[in-house]
Design a protein around this ligand. Structure first.
Ligand code: PGA
Length: 250
């Protein structure tokens, strides 16, 4: 079956404006539907957004009391005590600083003993919440073009699963680990299918190390060699870019 292809909206903004813009989108979503389900990423890219969400909550502009947050991915295996785990990242940057009901925050467990039961647990919890109202994504560095941890080779119909991380991803992310050898070689990630089920998707990319992947995903072939290119099968996608990340589009 041939799927329709859409052109994502591309917005190029200055770094500060970019975080303000996405903050407004999240704020409007929360206003329109306080019970919204979000899929959120980790990494360096969304830190500015999370600071704004925390500030917005403190100023009583927004509340997450009825909201659900699903995390895109987590390293596997990793202890939740490890400051480089996405569990620790989310608690430190967002979850502990807002009013979300802890049972409405879903994140893969990097410490689950049995991977198969963890995937089953996640599917049970997440499929009750999907489709997400709004999914926010980053994109992998250099030529990975990953979304979540859907590395090259991920197929359109891929679902929540364990994945081996690409060598470029390991190289880029090992900087977050005290000892580089501690960096896990695998992860649990939502699949392309669960991401594309979202009502709206925003991909944020900042910096020159994202420029190649942005061009490949927006202008190249739609295929597993660039998992972010699958976003062109979705009618409601915004690519929110800073100047550096958009450099090769001109
Ligand atoms: P970054 O990671 O925000 O730290 O660049 C993005 C990603 O790997 O998806």
């Amino acid at each position: 079956m041939k799927l329709p292809i859409y052109s994502p909206v591309i917005k190029i903004l200055k770094e500060g404006q970019l975080d303000d813009y996405i903050y407004l989108l999240v704020k409007n979503q929360l206003k329109k539907k306080p019970t919204s389900v979000f899929i959120f990423p980790t990494g360096a890219t969304p830190l500015g957004l999370y600071q704004k969400l925390v500030a917005g909550f403190q100023k009583k502009e927004i509340s997450f009391a009825k909201t659900s947050i699903i995390n895109l991915d987590e390293y596997y295996p990793i202890s939740r005590q490890n400051p480089a785990s996405y569990f620790a990242y989310m608690k430190q940057n967002l979850i502990d600083k807002i009013d979300i009901d802890p049972k409405n925050w879903i994140i893969p467990s990097g410490e689950a003993k049995n991977l198969r039961s963890e995937i089953k647990r996640l599917k049970n919890l997440i499929y009750k919440k999907l489709p997400a109202d709004l999914t926010i994504l980053g994109i992998g560095p250099q030529k990975t073009c990953h979304i979540g941890f859907n590395e090259k080779g991920s197929i359109l119909t891929s679902t929540i699963r364990y994945v081996s991380l690409a060598a470029q991803t390991i190289k880029a992310n090992s900087r977050y680990f005290k000892n580089k050898n501690q960096m896990p070689k695998g992860a649990i990630t939502l699949g392309i299918k669960e991401i594309l089920a979202s009502k709206k998707i925003i991909l944020i990319a900042k910096g020159q190390q994202k420029a190649w992947g942005i061009k490949r995903s927006l202008l190249g072939k739609i295929d597993s060699q660039a998992p972010a290119s699958f976003l062109r099968y979705h009618p409601q996608v915004i690519f929110l870019l800073d100047k550096k990340a958009s450099k090769l589009l001109r």
